[in-house]
Design a protein around this ligand. Structure first.
Ligand SMILES: [Zn+2]
Length: 91
């Protein structure tokens, strides 16, 4: 069993049928914040019950804010920080 040390390292996939999928998609960002995870995927399934899969993210960790982002969301000039941090440092 793989151990995830920090919830930000987690990638969560939720699978639900038609009855819940709209709600999940509408609240994607909120659910992400509540779970404090860096990746959240929602897909449509056929089972009535909500399926939850937790894996370790393949995203890279920003050395400044410790959030995990897709490698393409990192600063071009400094590979250790994300674009969001880069913006903040410019101000
Ligand atoms: Zn950052």
């Amino acid at each position: 069993m793989k151990i995830i040390g920090n919830s930000l390292e987690a990638k969560v996939s939720l699978t639900s049928d038609d009855s819940e999928i709209g709600f999940l998609n509408d609240n994607l960002e909120l659910i992400k914040k509540v779970l404090i995870v860096s990746e959240l995927n929602i897909s449509k399934g056929t089972k009535k019950d909500l399926e939850i899969l937790i894996e370790k993210t393949t995203n890279e960790k920003c050395q400044r804010c410790w959030m995990y982002y897709n490698p393409k969301d990192f600063s071009k000039s400094d590979k250790n920080i994300c674009k969001r941090c880069e913006e903040q440092l410019k101000i």
